[in-house]
Ligand binder design. Structure first.
Ligand SMILES: [Zn+2]
Length: 283
């Protein structure tokens, strides 16, 4: 009897050890393939929790108050892009929504599950509707390609994977969100994520009323400002810290645009006048 128990214990240990090795092996292998240990439901849950945190931190994230016309404008632009592009897969799975933060920061960001935030600083910086649409398309792509939970997968790595496999921390998602807000901050986007988001933004806008390459006007304007002032303009620091901006990105967009196999006129589909009207109403 004692031998039997010992045998079972030993077997159990071997099975566990083999499982551990298999898990470690498959995770290290899958890292290189853009692996994501989170489910799509985790993305939605995480996005909602981050949104709650954002609303609970009005000093860091002053949501635009009043100005319904501006909020509606950004929201309907986002929804229009979702509707017009057949390439957006999660439009029914993710609770996509588009909100405005009233701050001079020239940036936009996105959480998992499609909560997208646009700063009024960005809206003032760009010159036409198509450029803003290009940036909104880029943020949609971060959600669609699930970049953040992919980055979290490689950041937390095997320890998180193991605790999920062993089921010993059901509140893992909430804990990760809390960490994002305390120590870690939002993890910087990798250059390959950025290029991918640019590529998808062009694809999404290719079937829209907007010139799909307008995001390059944004890059060009940043470069121009940098040249003029010899440094990044105020409010752009945060953008540049989470969005690396090498010349390659501009070249990449131009290259991808050519590959769409259709010629686009960069002087059409910009909606400059309409945009200037909205811009003049910004607080
Ligand atoms: Zn980005």
């Amino acid at each position: 009897m004692k031998n039997l128990i010992l045998y079972i214990k030993k077997r159990f240990f071997i099975v566990n050890a083999l499982l551990l090795i298999a898990v470690l092996f498959s995770f290290s292998f899958l890292y290189s393939c853009g692996m994501n240990i989170f489910s799509e439901e985790d993305d939605v849950k995480m996005g909602k929790e981050i949104d709650d945190e954002i609303k609970a931190h009005p000093r860091e994230y002053p949501m635009l108050q009043g100005h319904q016309e501006i909020k509606d404008y950004v929201s309907s632009m986002g929804k229009y892009i979702l509707n017009v592009s057949p390439k957006i897969e999660y439009k029914k799975t993710f609770p996509y929504n588009f909100q405005v933060i009233n701050d001079t920061i020239v940036n936009a960001f996105c959480t998992p599950g499609g909560y997208i935030y646009v700063y009024t600083g960005l809206m003032k910086f760009v010159d036409n509707e198509a450029t803003l649409a290009g940036i909104v398309g880029h943020e949609i792509a971060h959600a669609e390609r699930r970049h953040m939970t992919q980055r979290l997968t490689s950041y937390y790595g095997v320890s998180l994977a193991m605790s999920i496999v062993l089921g010993n921390n059901p509140n893992q998602v909430a804990e990760i969100v809390a960490n994002l807000f305390t120590g870690l901050g939002f993890l910087a986007n990798s250059r390959s994520d950025e290029e991918e988001a640019d590529d998808y933004s062009i694809k999404y806008l290719a079937t829209s009323r907007y010139y799909p390459g307008a995001i390059t006007f944004f890059f060009d304007k940043i470069s121009e400002e940098q040249r003029r002032r010899g440094e990044a303009p105020g409010g752009l620091d945060r953008l540049l810290s989470t969005h690396p901006l090498p010349q390659d990105r501009i070249d990449n967009v131009k290259d991808k645009l050519k590959k769409l196999g259709k010629t686009f006129d960069p002087t059409k589909g910009l909606y400059t006048e309409e945009y200037q009207q909205i811009k003049s109403k910004l607080p």
